[in-house]
Design a protein around this ligand. Structure first.
Ligand code: AMP
Ligand code: MG
Length: 666
């Protein structure tokens, strides 16, 4: 097994990008990793990019956000004061965590060599599971900086990769230092690593050094700067739909377990534990038919006229014991009298005589041969054994599948399920007015289409929804509305305000005011390009730190509904324990020619089964993202690949099914 840590090296140099032979840094850095790296490192990729910030970000994200991401990325170049230098800025913007300690270590080592180290501006931190450091462009500076941190990097990389930190820390900081082959200068700051060792020895924790204010590195526009200073192109890297879904899977919180009563409200919930039957079904020996309980003689022949000595109805209570030669009238589902072995169907009997008052049967004739023990009897536990597992963890309780009935039958009145997240829906935009406001529209007003649409969709999928109204395009209004929303719900869905206009405040508010992390802010798809997914750390009512998910969907109604189904639903599913997540995918045949778009398109369509049982897809017509009508009657999203030209009638493509498939073409 190759257990080495993996490194990718990114050379940021416009010169080297034009002529790779001028690049000396890759070799120098590889040598440091080999010579000083304790045989722990393996260089898995090297790339050269120009000083372009977007190119730098794109390459780093390509590495960090893919499967098999390297443990470490080192960049070299672009860290100085020259006009073209912006590697640290490009990197900082895409870091999920800052690592000022690494920056400090690199700077102090270089400063000991030359005061010009003041002019290096390194950045360091973590994106997803990868540690990233930016080194200067000069091979000598790059080498010194890397040497300054290389001994501690294996531990940093292991932690960032998600390795068990308790195990990593066993033995305290001394062991870590020993393993890394480094010595501290005698006063280790053993914060979380070394409880109880250095405390009280006279050298308390030095105050944290910060060179920047927290949150100085969000990717979003600073709204205070006004329209002329906003970015003119989205700084958010464009991610693929698959990568977006992976991030949603990674960053949506795990479901919580709650104990609930078994009643109609449990429909749609997923069991958090296996459920065992508390009781046998049936709980007593019961008759399967209406007839007569009998005691079968050894030879199985039951012939003659028998006195009816008792009656057993399907009702609680004890019937007197039965002896051979006696019979008891019994109804379906009633308990067999003690001693009875079998039940003869009423159809196989003849009434012989009545009691004196004429109200009851006195004698009945039976003519049966070969009657077996237990004939027409359901034994105790023959349907379900007490203590057997009747439903498994992960199974979803449907409203139609009989799961509730099963729980009820075996006496389970309470059970553990995954709590379904509560969803808040907010529309944003100064132009948006309540859809039911009477009177004509004034110029520029738009009726709020999205809120009622998304509320209905979320309810249709079985979630509790809080209506958060409409927020104006003003930073403080938006911030307050979002804060209020975050207190009340687990998942926030907003629409509008995520495009590139100067009033598009969602991203800045999430990042700058609420301290959230935007995992993606642009997706390569149509409709829905500006779809934004973020998580915001908050304290819940019990004071525990939790992460709440925010989906800021585009304002255009078709985009909002498509992206709800494509991105929000999988997150809601994960948070409520539903698996697999998202809409079911089927293969359909196109009923007519479909035009392709350069971006992958989620084409609103009606899918129906033709007379041969083949699923065919008809477009709902014009697909412009503002077209509310494109979703009318749509029950599926046809997944059109990005490209030029058309897909012909009959072409097979995937479709995501939103609603029941019809049985004939519309
Ligand atoms: P935005 O994402 O804010 O740039 O909005 C894009 C487009 O969607 C604009 O034409 C908005 O007027 C429209 N829009 C935004 N929110 C809604 C809504 N709740 N209902 C209907 N249209 C909306
Ligand atoms: Mg808007």
């Amino acid at each position: 097994m190759d257990s080495k840590l993996t490194v990718a090296i990114l050379v940021v140099s416009t010169t080297a990008a034009q002529d790779p032979t001028t690049d000396l840094s890759t070799k120098v850095l590889s040598d440091v990793l080999a010579d000083d790296g304790n045989d722990q490192w393996k260089v898995t990729d090297t790339k050269i990019v120009t000083d372009d910030a977007v190119d730098i970000q794109r390459q780093v994200i390509t590495w960090t956000d893919s499967l098999g991401a390297p443990n470490l990325i080192v960049t070299t170049g672009g860290t100085g004061f020259a006009v073209a230098d912006h590697t640290p800025e490009a990197i900082s913007l895409i870091l999920h965590k800052q690592a000022p300690g690494l920056v400090h270590a690199m700077l102090s080592t270089s400063l000991a060599v030359t005061p010009f180290a003041m002019m290096s501006r390194p950045a360091a931190g973590i994106r997803r599971n990868t540690v990233i450091i930016t080194l200067p462009g000069s091979p000598k500076g790059a080498k010194e900086n890397l040497q300054a941190v290389i001994k501690t990097l294996p531990h940093a990389c292991l932690q960032a990769s998600g390795a068990n930190s308790r195990k990593l820390h066993a033995g305290g900081v001394q062991k870590l230092e020993k393993d890394a082959g480094i010595a501290s200068s005698g006063c280790s700051h053993g914060h979380s690593h070394n409880h109880g060792h250095n405390h009280g020895s006279g050298h308390g924790h030095a105050p944290l050094v910060r060179h920047t204010k927290p949150n100085t590195n969000p990717l979003s526009n600073d709204p205070l700067l006004g329209p002329s200073r906003r970015y003119r192109e989205s700084p958010y890297p464009m991610v693929s739909v698959d990568d977006a879904l992976q991030m949603i899977a990674d960053f949506s919180p795990e479901p919580h377990v709650v104990r609930v009563k078994v009643d109609e409200n449990i429909v749609g919930s997923v069991l958090a534990d296996d459920v065992k039957a508390r009781e046998n079904v049936p709980a007593f020996r019961a008759s399967i038919v209406d007839g007569y309980a009998v005691v079968v003689p050894k030879d199985g022949n039951l012939k003659g006229v028998f006195p009816v000595t008792a009656v057993s109805h399907a009702a609680p209570g004890q019937t007197p014991a039965l002896k051979e030669g006696e019979i008891a009238r019994i109804t379906t589902g009633a308990p067999l009298p003690p001693g009875a072995t079998s039940v003869i169907m009423v159809e196989d009997t003849i009434l012989k005589s009545l009691t004196d008052d004429g109200k009851e049967e006195k004698e009945v004739e039976i003519n049966a041969e070969g009657v077996k023990e237990n004939e027409n009897v359901r034994e105790v536990g023959s349907d379900i054994q007490a203590e057997s597992i009747i439903l498994k963890r992960g199974e979803q309780i449907s409203g139609v599948g009989g799961e509730i009935g099963l729980l009820a039958a075996v006496g389970v009145a309470e059970t553990d399920v995954f709590r379904k997240p509560v969803i808040g829906v907010l529309s944003t935009g100064d132009e948006i007015i309540p859809y039911d406001r009477p009177g004509d529209l004034r110029l520029g007003e738009v009726r709020d289409t999205n809120r009622i649409t998304l509320i209905s969709a979320a309810k249709e999928w079985g979630f509790e929804v809080v209506d958060l109204g409409i927020a104006q395009d003003k930073s403080n209004t938006l911030e307050e509305t979002l804060r209020n929303g975050l207190r009340r719900v687990d998942v926030l869905i907003t629409t509008g305000g995520v495009s590139m206009g100067e009033l598009d405040l969602l991203k800045p508010t999430i990042e700058r005011s609420l301290g959230g992390t935007i995992h993606f802010g642009r997706v390569a798809m149509k409709p829905g390009k500006p779809t934004t997914f973020a998580t915001i750390p908050v304290k819940d009512n019990a004071g525990t730190r939790v992460s709440k998910t925010v989906f800021s969907l585009p304002g255009n109604p078709a985009s909002a509904l498509v992206t709800f189904h494509l991105f929000v639903l999988p997150s809601l599913h994960k948070q409520s324990g539903v698996s697999p997540v998202g809409l079911p995918k089927v293969s359909v045949s196109l009923a007519h020619q479909f035009n392709m778009d350069s971006r992958p398109e989620y084409h609103r369509a009606v899918v129906s089964a033709n007379k041969d049982g083949v699923l065919v897809a008809n477009s709902t017509g014009g697909q412009r993202s503002s077209k509310v009508g494109s979703l009318r009657a749509a029950n599926a999203l046809v997944c059109m690949p990005g490209g030029k030209g058309v897909l012909e009638k009959g072409a097979k493509v995937d479709a995501l099914v939103m609603n029941a498939v019809r049985t004939h073409a519309v």
